[in-house]
Design a protein around this ligand. Sequence first.
Ligand code: CDP
Length: 210
Amino acid sequence: MKKIIAVDGPAGAGKSTVSKICAARLGYTYIDTGAMYRAVALKVLQSGKNLDENLLKDIEIRLDAFGKVFLDGRDVTKEIRTPEVSRGASDVAKFGFVRKKLTELQRDMAKSGKVIMDGRDIGTQVLPNADLKIFLTASVDERARRRFEELKSKNFAADLEQIKKEITLRDKQDSEREIAPLAQAPDAILIDSTNMTIEEVVLEILRLAK
Ligand code: CDP
């Protein structure tokens, strides 16, 4: 069984949904690195200060076993899912000092193995020696539709066209940044989930993990 699994891909491809289910079935730990960039963005937004190394010096980001996200000891699980924080996460993710800090934390979290980590640069930068690398994608229309349903189910106001614009912009920003851009690692396996159910994607990843 592959001990370290990296899942990368653009916004709304279903990375966190399928990674969570795969982790539960394999008895692995799921690590949502996007939540960590979101937590940094929330800290910047709420502090009213500029993002600098000082702001990150004693930041505390914790992911618990139930998918909760804690920022400086406070549960921010719901707050980090707003479109404002999504935009902010992509903005803070451009900075080398932010990536360095979070990459160190992420490598440390993966140290003991039996992990599925999802993000944008896991197979390329964070865990280049992962035993299995997946690049999960879907058409932009399908990804926008999924994000729309997700936001609605969480009782956030959502507009499909607006979401489509935002994820297109974020994908562009994530793919074109200089440091650790969103990219498929040469040894990653591409899964296009546009016409696949969640269960089909999960079964494909579990098959590859064997
Ligand atoms: O859930 P969604 O795919 O919309 O986004 P996310 O995985 O929560 O990530 C939010 C943002 O954090 C992304 O748009 C990236 O800019 C950034 N990110 C990153 O740069 N590197 C990662 N490993 C994970 C996220």
